[in-house]
Write a protein that binds this ligand. Structure first.
Ligand SMILES: NC(=O)c1ccc[n+]([C@@H]2O[C@H](COP(=O)([O-])OP(=O)(O)OC[C@H]3O[C@@H](n4cnc5c(N)ncnc54)[C@H](OP(=O)(O)O)[C@@H]3O)[C@@H](O)[C@H]2O)c1
Length: 427
């Protein structure tokens, strides 16, 4: 951590759609002892946001404002100002690398909500080593993508180890209930990743173990079934859009655990697959076909050109009217199978992640702030010598490009207090 850091949290991108939701989440809990700042490129927009925060939360500590762009000097100033920097400025593959570099070099902790696993691979290759040396905890993909997948897998694996004393063979993870739509920034990111990285790099970073620091002593085992099928516990399922980025992070957690906490191994055979639950086979086939068409379409420049003109523009996104989202819980479920060969049948654990106070963007704001606060907890507990390292891999490793699950019980305890329920039980 830079010695001069006077603020606890610096939020870069507070003027954007996700950033503004995140700023309000921080403001709601900002007690007098929290020192924080909102940062973005436009002084006028920041001033307007500050006034709005003062109006909405008159009895809370207001943030400072920092005007910062994408240049090296701005990145260094942001990294020097806070103990932890949260960035919601994306597409990250276009705008995000300078800030990660600055935080890694300064020893400043960093959290974001990217879902761009090819960019995260880039950040690991370039800055993991530096962050390990300086003690910066750099934790990308800490939001709707890919924290639920990573935390539920962690919880399921832990429960199987505690209940059966063995590793986990596989986790089937399913988006059980979804409400709300996508922001303009998210759609722009979807198009940018293909333009920045190209198909070859995306394919390379999409191997299940591309982000893992260790490799398996046997081939990664992919599930064999039709694109739409019925799981005995999770219902009718089809592969889901977030499957590849989420798997990359879950398998990095697997690899980091193998490397640094082998007594808590997920299991040598461990594999992760993600689906979306659908009402019936017909809906499943329609969703699968839509995803297939989108995945091919996005590779074509004319498709991207047209899509950029007809869909939601950057800066806006789905309504955050609380009442609009009361119709459903945001929920994921997972089934983990114990890696046993005792001839007594399969032993399984059911995991879940539930949030019923808003949509994917509300959850994103909550997750990145609670991850940032968890990182500060880890830092404080390490300095006081009270951190239980067996409960927090990030604390044990001490720095590097890590994962949401590496924050372990420190993160889960915080989430539980704010209404995000992550559970696992024997089936
Ligand atoms: N994977 C997930 O779970 C998840 C969830 C939510 C969001 N996200 C990601 O978060 C990112 C932001 O999404 P969003 O919908 O909030 O986007 P947005 O509304 O377009 O906001 C983007 C932010 O970046 C800033 N920005 C854009 N270009 C910039 C530049 N050249 N220099 C400095 N700042 C710049 C914007 O500043 P101005 O206000 O000045 O334009 C704004 O603050 C996207 O990459 C999206 O994919 C991911």
């Amino acid at each position: 951590m830079p010695p001069s850091a006077s603020l606890d949290i610096v939020l870069f991108g507070a003027t954007g759609f996700t950033g503004w939701i995140t700023a309000q989440y921080i403001a709601r809990l900002a007690t007098p002892n929290l020192r924080w700042a909102i940062a973005a490129r436009s002084k006028d927009k920041l001033t307007a946001k500050l006034q709005e925060l003062r109006r909405l939360f008159p009895d809370r500590t207001p943030p400072e404002i920092i005007v910062a762009g994408l240049d090296d000097d701005s990145a260094a100033r942001l990294a020097a100002a806070g103990k932890v920097v949260i960035s919601t400025v994306g597409p990250y593959c276009r705008y995000g690398s300078g800030l990660v570099k600055a935080c890694a070099e300064a020893g400043t902790h960093y959290i974001d909500c990217t879902g761009e696993h090819p960019w995260v691979l880039d950040m690991i290759e370039k800055y993991d080593e530096t962050a390990r040396r300086t003690g910066a905890l750099i934790i990308p993909q800490s939001a709707f993508e890919s924290a639920p997948a990573d935390l539920v897998s962690y919880k399921v694996v832990k429960t199987i180890r505690e209940e059966y004393g063995v590793g986990t063979k596989d986790v089937h993870f399913s988006l059980h209930n979804l409400n709300g739509g996508a922001s303009g920034g998210t759609m722009e990111t979807f198009f940018s990743v293909i333009e920045v990285f190209g198909l070859r790099r995306i394919a390379a970073s999409s191997h299940p173990l591309a982000l893992s620091p260790v490799h398996k002593d046997r081939p990664y085992s992919f599930p064999r079934h039709l694109p739409v099928f019925t799981h005995p516990v999770l219902g009718t399922l089809t592969p889901w859009l977030q499957g590849t980025p989420d798997r990359a992070i879950v398998m990095r957690s697997w690899g980091l655990t193998e490397q640094h906490a082998p007594e808590q191994s997920y299991g040598r055979a461990f594999a992760f697959t993600e689906y979306k639950r659908v009402k019936n086979v017909l809906e499943g086939v329609a969703l699968w076909a839509t995803i297939a068409v989108l995945s091919v379409g996005v590779l074509l420049a004319p498709f991207r050109w047209i899509a950029r003109r007809v869909i939601t523009q950057p800066g806006s996104g789905p309504s955050q009217d609380f009442n609009a989202h009361r119709q459903g819980t945001l929920e994921w479920r997972a089934v983990g199978v114990a890696d046993t060969n005792d001839g007594k049948g399969e032993k399984k654990v059911l995991g879940s992640f539930k949030y019923d106070e808003g949509d994917a963007y509300a959850l994103t704001g909550l997750l990145i702030v609670e991850a940032a606060l968890s990182v500060l907890d880890v830092q404080r507990q390490r300095e006081a010598g009270t951190l239980k390292e067996e409960e927090c891999l990030a604390g044990r490793i001490g720095g590097g490009v890590l994962t949401p699950a590496s924050l372990g019980e420190v993160f889960l305890r915080r989430l539980d207090k704010v209404g995000v329920k992550v559970d696992a039980k024997k089936l």
